[in-house]
Design a protein around this ligand. Structure first.
Ligand code: PLP
Length: 386
């Protein structure tokens, strides 16, 4: 049975050329970049070359890139680093109700430790209004953090407008761009952001490596302490093979991203138009046009999401109900609840995320198989009346 992968938002396979680029850095070029001998300096040079590559991809300066262990660490670093580093200016952060848990949980922790957090709600398409952000600012606000695109429903936010509002008030602006970097153009100056998180495993690089962009002049406290790496901003021996893989993944994305997005948009739109034609009582989640090129998310009435996924998996198709971190969780998605979906619809949602290796024939196979699965599950539902 051919296995079909429609879960690229959870993680992507490492591109084979990324794996090749990383290989020498495990046992041949294994030096510690802090060592002064040849082995160390060879590793250090590789890191600095990659840093300059990442910086130019994002339109940043080299000294504005801090390598981290991925999206979660970058998000935690941005929140804790800015709030701890700016207590003289204030103690308030504005974020949104639909952020990834890598933002929501540190925000909750900060709230329990004397800081104040405002969670701005999205509209029914999952868009955050710049005006609502403006109204949430107080003279104690030091940071606004709004994700570039949502990992569950794919809505892309008006980051530039929101960032401009924050900057006018002298407030730092962070965006979690984990779902956009490598998929759509991301330039820190065009977006006017002070901080930006990215993660390599979302764009065909390895897991466990990412970076936080921090605009020069931003007052930020280290999150990891205990060494002078990353100009004393992030302690711990650098993940050299991971950083090399991140750099190679960026090389490929800078060449392929636009063409890949075009293909994915066509396949995405095929799914978005065909699913409602073949199955009644389905509702698209997320913005109809301002959405990631690879994201499809539907709520399906009278169906339980986990049973859809298990039935699809038996047919060799891997999909998701939302974020990997919340699947298996009985709590309905906080994102779907925030856009106003009732509990039953939140439990009956399916997310399909496409990627570099998705073929049209795989989309067609899904369109053949899925209506039968829905019909079978609905026939077992006491609530469904046909
Ligand atoms: N932020 C968003 C929007 C994500 O989708 C994810 C991962 O799913 C993360 C942060 C966490 O990234 P990582 O898995 O690299 O820690």
């Amino acid at each position: 049975m051919e296995r079909i992968y429609f879960d690229y938002a959870a993680t992507t396979p490492c591109d084979p050329s990324v794996v090749e680029a990383m290989k020498p850095y495990f046992s041949e070029k294994f030096g510690n970049p802090s060592s002064i001998h040849y082995f160390g300096q060879e590793a250090k040079k590789t890191i600095e070359d990659t840093r300059s590559k990442v910086a130019s991809f994002l339109g940043a300066r080299e000294d504005e890139i801090i390598f981290t262990s991925g999206g979660t660490e970058s998000d935690n670093f941005a929140l804790f680093g800015i709030l701890w580093g700016n207590t003289v200016r204030g103690n308030h952060v504005v974020t949104t109700a639909i952020e990834h848990h890598a933002i929501l949980e540190p925000a909750d922790f900060l709230e329990k430790h004397g800081f104040q957090v405002t969670y701005v709600k999205p509209d029914a398409n999952g868009s955050i209004s710049p005006e609502d952000i403006k109204n949430a600012l107080t003279d104690k606000t030091v940071l606004v953090s709004v994700m570039h695109a949502n990992n569950e429903i794919g809505t892309i936010q008006p980051i530039r407008q929101i960032a401009d509002i924050a900057k006018e008030k002298g407030v730092y602006f962070h965006t979690d761009a984990v779902q956009t970097v490598g998929h759509i153009p991301v330039n820190v100056n065009e977006l006017n952001v002070d901080l930006l998180s990215l993660s390599a495993h979302k764009f065909y690089g390895p897991k466990g490596v990412g970076c936080l962009y921090v605009r020069k002049g931003t007052r930020i406290q280290p999150y990891l302490r205990g060494g002078g790496q990353e100009r004393h901003r992030r302690a711990s021996t650098e993940n050299v093979p991971g950083i090399v893989g991140l750099g190679k993944a960026i090389d490929i994305c800078s060449q392929e991203m636009d063409a890949e997005a075009k293909v994915q948009v066509r396949l995405r739109d095929k799914l978005i138009t065909e699913i409602p034609k073949r199955i009644k009582r389905v509702y698209l989640n997320g913005h109809p046009t301002q959405r990631l090129p690879n994201n499809v998310n539907f709520s399906i009435e009278y169906i339980e999401g986990e049973s859809m996924l298990l039935n699809l998996d038996m047919q060799g198709i891997a999909a998701s109900t939302g974020s990997a971190c919340t699947s298996g969780d009985l709590e309905p998605s906080h994102v779907l609840l925030s856009i106003g979906r009732p509990h039953e619809l939140c439990h009956g949602s399916i997310r399909l995320t496409l990627g570099r290796f998705t073929k049209e024939a795989q989309v067609d196979r899904f369109l053949d198989v899925f209506p039968n699965i829905v019909a079978k599950l609905r026939s077992m539902s006491p609530l469904y009346e046909g």
